[in-house]
Design a protein around this ligand. Structure first.
Ligand SMILES: [Fe+2]
Length: 288
């Protein structure tokens, strides 16, 4: 599986796509901010043409970012109108239909991997449709069969970049316990135009049974990179760098997956950061 967020349609986007095209993968996962159309609808068309060679050959599974909202007071009251029409995801299929294109889940590799797509810009607190759906979706996973559970969300819940600092805190407060309780293995986010990898975290502290948090918002958008970081680097932040690139999650077997991050500046085989992720389902200490 390949992951890149905040893709846009610049020279950097092209380089990111060339890198992705050069690699072997089953599916591309994109945690929001696709075309940067921002109300100018022809940009959705040019984006479609730009990604078509890849998106027609592999599954592209996306969730939405702020650039997809496109809501105008009085003129266009419906948020996500173009996004929902152009990037319809299988939210009404599978074992737990969500009823909304803005959050959904699906299984990969015969059910060995469960992917949850969350919506940063739709209600998420306890009692809302998204929260209730997530609770049911996670409760329905059989971890004897599902080795890995990963989630994608646009706004990072952990972030030591000065850009968008604290923006994901409310959603984290509302939903983090659900993901932790289900022993979700990793959470991937976009929004911040840089790369950052955290250790396993829960409630802002290192926790061996929490997910690994990764920000991969560096696909190549027209707003440029987010280069300013909070100092000192939090203990939970393991690796952070403002460069364009993409990541790869290779599920090797029922217990191990290899995460690698590839900079655009390097040749595709160069790995700038990597981490072996062992499934929390196979960790007895996390399943008492
Ligand atoms: Fe964003």
């Amino acid at each position: 599986m390949r992951r890149t967020g905040d893709l846009g349609q610049t020279g950097w986007t092209k380089t990111t796509l060339q890198h992705i095209a050069a690699a072997d993968y089953d599916m591309l996962l994109l945690p929001g901010d696709l075309s940067y159309a921002d109300f100018f609808q022809p940009r959705w068309d040019s984006y479609g043409r730009l990604v078509e060679p890849l998106a027609s050959a592999r599954l592209w599974m996306v969730t939405q970012g702020n650039h997809e909202i496109e809501k105008v007071p009085l003129l266009e009251p419906r948020a996500f109108k173009a996004y929902n029409a152009r990037w319809r995801m299988p939210y009404d299929a599978g074992a737990s239909p969500s009823g909304s294109n803005l959050y959904y889940s699906f299984d990969v590799a015969g059910g060995a991997v469960h992917v949850v797509m969350l919506g940063s810009y739709t209600d998420y607190v306890a009692g809302t449709a998204q929260y209730e759906w997530l609770q049911g979706d996670l409760a329905g996973i059989d971890r004897r069969k599902t080795a890995f559970v990963v989630a994608l969300v646009h706004v990072p819940w952990y972030n030591s970049n000065k850009a968008h600092q604290g923006e994901g805190d409310d959603m984290r407060d509302a939903m983090e316990a659900l993901l932790y309780g289900a022993r979700v293995d990793a959470v991937f986010a976009g929004h911040v135009h840089a790369y950052e990898r955290f250790t396993r975290v829960y409630d802002d502290r290192e926790d061996p049974c929490g997910p690994v948090y990764v920000t991969i918002g560096d696909g190549g958008n027209r707003e440029g990179l987010a280069e300013k970081y909070v100092d000192p680097q939090p203990k939970t932040s393991v690796f952070r760098e403002a460069s364009f690139g993409h990541g790869r999650l290779q599920v090797v077997n029922a217990t191990h997956a290899l995460w690698t991050w590839h900079r655009n500046d390097d040749d595709e085989p160069v790995i700038a950061d990597h981490l072996w992720i062992s499934s929390l389902a196979s960790n007895p200490a996390c399943n008492k």
